[in-house]
Design a binder for this molecule. Structure first.
Ligand SMILES: [Mg+2]
Length: 158
């Protein structure tokens, strides 16, 4: 398990990027440019900052797990609204305006902030839990068996 978790950290280049550059090193038309998050802040730093924000306003009395879950669902709805009726939402969101991208950043952040606060209030160590879940997903969906297929794990024969 630990080796499997460590392997997740070691992978630097997703396979979907391999072979998308031409021989001059430029990205081919239609190829996705590499993307990664900033190293900071960590999930723990966001959790701590949100905890300070909530405590300073005496809002912990309202931020119980059920309320946070409902707030999270509301923010997911606001996020979905941005994509509703849009057929142009390809990877990288080409054609989206700066204002649309800013709204997207806000809604994704609202979702993340409530998700982290919900995990905190439920005492779930979310970064560790996510790594464990990805290890389970790797075991459930071995690449050699499911590559290129969108079927659920219960649909594969032994
Ligand atoms: Mg929002």
């Amino acid at each position: 398990m630990v080796e499997c978790l460590a392997g997740l950290h070691r992978r630097k280049t997703p396979k979907s990027w391999v072979g998308k550059r031409n021989r001059l090193g430029n990205w081919r038309k239609g190829g996705q440019q590499p993307f990664s998050f900033s190293a900071e802040p960590s999930m723990e730093e966001i959790r701590r900052l949100q905890g300070e924000f909530t405590a300073e306003r005496d809002w912990n009395q309202f931020h119980q797990p059920r309320s946070l879950l409902l707030a999270l669902v509301g923010e997911v709805g606001e996020l979905a609204e941005l994509f509703q009726w849009r057929a142009d939402a390809a990877e990288g969101l080409p054609g989206w305006t700066e204002a649309e991208r800013e709204r997207l950043e806000h809604e994704l952040s609202d979702v993340l902030i409530y998700l982290l606060e919900l995990a905190e209030k439920c005492r779930v160590d979310l970064p560790r839990a996510a790594l464990r879940k990805m290890a389970l997903n790797r075991a459930k969906y071995p690449a050699s068996r499911v590559r290129g297929s969108a079927r659920k794990y219960t649909e594969y024969e032994d």
